[in-house]
Design a protein around this ligand. Structure first.
Ligand code: NAD
Length: 309
């Protein structure tokens, strides 16, 4: 991949840019932010880490949208983060307005790109971006489940003492209180996690995963999470850039899968150089399906609010 543009050079955007540069996922990274000089400053700071991390990726920034021209992948991290006590849905109205202007810029300067939405509420904003661009769903999707799954893996690693490198987790549904962590699909090097953690502890881990973002926000107070969110963006960009055909949970437009359509939410997907190449359908059991449907109705509530704006 030649160029990745990141719109919103705030905490998540800058962190993702730094990690993308370190990994040399692409040749160029463009940062765009409305705050005067902010993107340029962030880019310069990242460039000055190149001798430490041995990369020669070009990183540059501007407040002029032309900077995103011809990007292969556009990552949207612009928007208001929530404050302690707020839900992701509380920033819906403000962030839809911001996204709307950004989509105009993407349509003008990077009309052949693939769009990765990160700003919250990510499920609703991904749906909005898909609707407004009219693009195929393979080119418009969001990041949520990769982060939620990494949080769950870390909690399992802390509980068991095993290496997080051996832990596989899967989290579906909306990115919020109704997310659906799936312990049945969690393993330690192929061994079901239930062999190592009792039911009660696992329930605590599931609850902590659902509240993972709020826990960090409450501790940091003036900022929500950005290190792991940045890394989650990089995992997805890297899968696309290297055509890895990874199965990662993405916020995807459903077109009949899981018997849902006209909604964007977290499901396992194949990511490769065709973007979101396929939605993978799981045989959910009755309990899992009930949680998934709860998540659907929560997101549909936000989509109704979106329609009334
Ligand atoms: P931040 O405030 O640090 O950064 C947001 C940046 O967006 C700011 O620099 C701001 O100037 C910029 N911005 C605002 N309007 C813009 C526009 N029209 N064009 C370009 N830039 C614009 O916030 P953050 O902590 O980086 O979080 C960014 C977003 O990502 C929030 O909506 C947050 O909720 C979301 N987030 C999502 C996930 C996820 O898993 N999906 C995880 C963490 C954060």
């Amino acid at each position: 991949m030649n160029k990745i543009a990141i719109i919103g050079a705030g905490r998540v955007g800058e962190t993702a840019a730094q990690m993308l540069a370190e990994k040399e996922t692409c040749r160029e990274i463009a940062l765009l932010d409305v705050r005067e000089d902010a993107a340029r400053g962030a880019a310069l700071d990242i460039c000055q880490t190149s001798p430490f991390f041995d990369f020669d990726t070009r990183v540059y920034g501007s407040e002029n949208p032309v900077v995103i021209a011809d990007a292969d992948l556009v990552v949207v991290t612009a928007g208001l983060p929530r404050k302690p006590g707020m839900s992701r849905s509380d920033v819906l109205e403000a962030n839809v307005r911001i996204l709307d202007g950004i989509l105009d810029q993407v349509l003008e300067f990077a009309p052949d790109s693939t769009l990765l939405i990160v700003s919250n509420p990510v499920d609703v904003l991904t749906f909005y971006a898909w609707k407004k661009t009219g693009w195929d769903r393979s080119r418009v999707f969001g990041q949520a489940g990769v982060l939620d799954a990494s949080r769950m893996a870390n909690f399992i690693a802390q509980e068991t003492g095993f290496s997080s490198m051996d832990i596989t987790t899967l989290v579906l549904g909306g990115h919020g209180d109704t997310m659906v962590p799936l312990p049945r699909y969690c393993t330690v090097n192929g061994i079901p996690v239930r062999q190592f953690i009792d039911q009660e502890k696992l329930a605590e881990i599931i609850a902590r995963t659902r509240d993972g973002g709020a826990e960090i926000l409450a501790l940091r107070k003036t900022s929500s999470a950005y290190d792991a969110p940045g890394a989650a963006v990089v995992a997805m960009a890297d899968a696309i850039s290297h055509n890895r055909k990874r199965i990662l949970p993405c916020v995807a437009l459903l077109e009949g899968e899981y018997q849902e359509s006209d909604i964007a939410m977290g499901v396992p997907c194949i990511l490769g150089d065709g973007g979101l190449e396929k939605v993978v359908e799981l045989q959910l059991n009755e309990d899992e399906l009930a949680l998934f449907r709860q998540s659907v109705s929560y997101i549909r509530g936000d989509l109704e609010r979106l329609a009334s704006l």
